[in-house]
Design a protein around this ligand. Structure first.
Ligand code: CA
Length: 429
């Protein structure tokens, strides 16, 4: 098959100009202008799973475009199976889609039959976890979060443990329970010790919490025994999603010593549906915080590798009509960059694989309104949050509550958004 058109040279590098416009209508303030074009996996008409791209309030089914010869099917096995995704393939595919959506390209614009088959309102499709995830790792790179936890639980010591500024602390999590936005969770059962009681009990957690995080998907892995350097790390990253690392604080508190988090974390991890590519985020690359003391050489920053991504959490109880924003933060508050996380994880020669999900850790900011968990927002349950609409109070989440996370970059005349990550707490079964 011959390509209908070839992407421009600048396009091959993955940069979509800030001034570019699409013939697809995009509302002001949309998360998905033509400069974004994030990838996802959608269930369309309840039967078919298709690789899709978001633009405006629509998803574009790429398999439908391939079937009509507008995308070279044989070059992109990912059109059928979104695993083993090669980063370069994804970059080229995204630019081919960009060309088809540009306002001056009539190929798809004037093919009404194909448009009808290929576009679907986002609100009418079910978004899935986009990639088969072999492994999930969660870091602890939010320095304000780590500091708050230290202040609460080790008030007589330095809030940060001695290793914190020398390596990004992390642990191996549970990939099998990563679920998409929209999938409800139940309060997990587990063993915990109620305050003032000597012996533990087993039952639904009384302290269900969220953690506001970002995550990234690995594209190409490494051979076992080969470390990935900080300078090359981003070549192994497909793009970012929002992550809610659900936490049962009472279960966690009872079980975590001496080996770290286990059942208090592994019951569910929710992710937003759209993989926002590194190319789309590139205009929002910024310097991270000054790292003092300077990290050892294998973790030394190779240039600016942080991103200016606004983050927001909203809560709606069953009695509320409107959600209330309870936290506003930003990815710039991470101490370690995602490149340093990859370099650290592979520094012992461990093999990472395509589709691995790596999360940053809770991203709190310096102010109480920017804390990324209820543990911090309610200061370990001592300062309940008040819901303005109903006067209700929350320290931790209750059945029927709905939690929504959002993320977006804004500036340079564009907005690159992540969509929303929404989860309702179902009844305990
Ligand atoms: Ca976490």
């Amino acid at each position: 098959m011959k390509l209908q058109q070839s992407p421009s040279e600048s396009g091959l590098k993955g940069a979509i100009p800030a001034g570019a416009k699409s013939w697809v209508p995009v509302q002001a303030g949309s998360d998905f202008p033509i400069q974004n074009l994030p990838f996802g996996l959608a269930c369309i008409d309840h039967v078919e799973e298709a690789v899709v791209v978001a633009i405006g309030d629509q998803v574009l089914d790429l398999t439908a475009l391939a079937a009509e010869g507008l995308l070279p099917e044989e070059d992109f096995p990912i059109l059928h199976c979104f695993i083993d995704v090669d980063k370069n393939d994804l970059r080229v595919l995204r630019m081919l889609v960009y060309d088809l959506l540009r306002e001056d390209n009539s190929t798809l614009r004037d093919n009404m039959a194909l448009r009808k088959a290929a576009f679907h309102p986002i609100s009418e499709v079910e978004m899935m976890v986009p990639v088969e995830i072999p492994s999930f790792v969660d870091f602890y790179a939010g320095i304000y979060h780590a500091g708050n936890v230290g202040k609460m639980f080790r008030p007589d010591m330095d809030p940060l443990l001695p290793n914190y500024r020398h390596l990004p602390v992390g642990y191996n999590g549970r990939a099998s329970t990563v679920i998409p936005s929209g999938a409800p969770i139940s309060r997990p059962k587990g063993q915990y010790r109620p305050k003032g009681v000597e012996n533990p009990v087993f039952g639904p957690t009384q302290e269900l919490d969220f953690e506001l995080e970002l995550g990234f998907f690995i594209s190409d892995g490494n051979e076992m025994g080969e470390a990935i350097s900080v300078a090359r790390a981003e070549e192994h990253i497909l793009g970012l999603v929002l992550v809610n690392d659900w936490s049962a604080r009472d279960i966690q508190r009872w079980e975590y010593q001496p080996l770290g988090p286990f059942l208090g974390k592994s019951f569910a991890t929710s992710i937003s549906p759209w993989i926002v590519t590194m190319e789309a985020l590139e205009p929002f690359r910024i310097e991270g915080p000054k790292q003092q003391p300077e990290p050892l050489e294998h973790l030394l920053a190779a240039g600016p590798a942080h991103y200016d991504i606004n983050l927001e959490v909203a809560l709606r109880t069953p009695s509320m009509r409107q959600p209330q924003v309870i936290a506003r933060s930003n990815a710039k508050h991470l101490y370690w960059s995602i490149a340093q996380m990859v370099a650290h994880q592979t520094s012992n020669g461990t093999a990472i694989e395509p589709g691995d999900l790596v999360a940053t850790g809770t991203i709190s900011g310096p102010d109480p309104g920017s804390f990324g968990s209820l543990l911090e927002l309610s200061w370990n349950g001592s300062k309940p949050l008040r819901m303005q609409e109903t006067g209700e109070e929350r320290t931790y989440l209750q059945d029927g509550d709905t939690l929504t996370m959002r993320g977006w970059c804004e500036g340079h005349g564009i907005r690159i958004g992540f969509g929303s990550l929404e989860t309702m707490i179902g009844a305990v079964s």
